[in-house]
Ligand binder design. Structure first.
Ligand code: PLP
Length: 369
């Protein structure tokens, strides 16, 4: 360190902001041999795509070598998966959906600029925007069903706005944005605002008026569709995600990539996963049928819940969320309090296998009584 002392503060003020967001907890070791069902992080309870696991096996013998210099093989696989007119140029990848969101914030935000979010929602939108020094404007979703407050969202847009983060299906509410609403917003947004549509749970939707960003990205609208391999493909531990958008935006954001951005295991596993339609279908079938099973069961219990388009349901237990979390864990079931997402009094529960769901319901019965 230099001996010449000055009073100059070298820390950026926006990097010293404290955030109360931490990711979900890991599974604890069970003290008494009791099985623990982790229903707190929206993971895939069927495990990982077997084709992804095979692809990992196939590259284990060459981990001494650097991976591909760029993500082009994964982008080409994504272009094949999505089909014409999507090309590798429409995509960019990253080490998780979270990193994709962070790249977008880094690419478009700065001190003096603004991002709009609609809570309760995934907290990293706020975190990543604030770490860029941007101001976050929160336009809360409307009670009782967490609909987007479209008029207020549009009224919040000004010359400083660069990003509008919308999530469909939304975490933790499970609500979605109908096609008509999304199109209305897209038409109304000025050209200096990019709509970031986080669709990491899109595979689990079953509503006819649901839409991803795809039809609008194809038409070169100011929209980015954010995706992840963590959920439907069961690769949360690997950290790999992607987004698609206007080729000019994709090229602009890829400038933030360092060489060898995606590691060899993730790159090959993601390409393997895209070819695994059987695993994807099995996962989607499980989530959709167990979701219906849970609705029927929850209807018979004294607990408020919201219907969901994701692989999770939001519930409002009659006791404080943290107490509920602790008491469910005593019964061997991990759930996620989501007050810090903006959902007051609420807890999010991942939809699991029938065995896990039944364990959750029994735990719920013991906690409620
Ligand atoms: C809405 C939403 N977006 C993005 C992510 C990020 O997923 P990952 O970083 O695991 O790819 C999550 C994870 O829970 C999420 O719920």
């Amino acid at each position: 360190m230099s001996d010449t002392k000055t009073n100059i503060n070298i820390f950026k003020s926006h990097l010293t902001i404290k955030s109360d967001y931490v990711g979900g907890k890991a599974k604890p070791h069970s003290a008494n041999g009791q099985k623990i069902h982790k229903l707190s992080s929206n993971e895939n309870l069927l495990g990982s795509s077997p084709k992804a696991l095979q692809a990992i096996q196939d590259c284990l013998h060459k981990l001494n070598e650097y991976p591909d210099q760029t993500d082009i093989r994964l982008r080409e696989a994504l272009a094949d998966f999505y089909g014409t007119p999507m090309t590798a140029d429409h995509f960019f990848t990253g080490n998780s959906g979270s990193e994709i969101l962070e790249l977008i914030a880094r690419a478009f935000l700065d001190p003096g600029l603004e991002a709009i979010i609609a809570s309760p929602t995934f907290m990293p939108y706020r975190l990543f925007s604030e770490k860029m020094g941007a101001k976050v404007i929160d336009i809360p979703l409307l009670a009782p069903n967490f609909d987007l407050n479209v008029a207020e969202v549009l009224a919040a847009v000004n010359e400083r706005t660069r990003l509008l983060f919308l999530t469909s299906p939304n975490n933790p509410t499970g609500s979605y944005i109908p096609t008509e609403t999304l199109e209305y917003i897209l038409e109304a947004l000025p050209s200096h605002v990019v709509l970031v549509l986080d669709e990491v749970y899109f595979q689990f939707t079953d509503q006819g008026d649901y839409t991803t960003a795809l039809p609008y990205a194809i038409k070169n609208k100011n929209i980015i569709g954010v995706n992840s391999f963590s959920k439907a493909y069961g690769l949360a531990g690997l950290r790999v995600g992607y987004a698609y958008t206007h080729p000019d935006f994709a090229r602009y954001i890829r400038q933030l990539h360092r060489p060898f951005l995606v590691n060899a295991l993730s790159l090959n596993a993601a390409i393997g996963a895209l070819a695994d339609s059987a695993f994807l279908q099995e996962t989607v079938n499980l989530v959709q049928s167990e979701r219906e099973f849970l609705y029927e069961e929850l209807d018979q219990r004294p607990i408020q819940y919201w219907k969901s388009q994701g692989n999770f349901v939001l519930v409002k237990p009659p006791i404080p969320p943290k107490d509920f979390e602790a008491r469910m864990l005593e019964q061997g079931v991990m759930v996620r309090p989501v007050e810090n997402f903006g959902a007051k009094g609420c807890v999010r529960i991942t939809i699991g296998t029938r065995e896990a769901n039944k364990a959750m319901l029994s735990a719920l019965d013991r906690v409620l009584n």
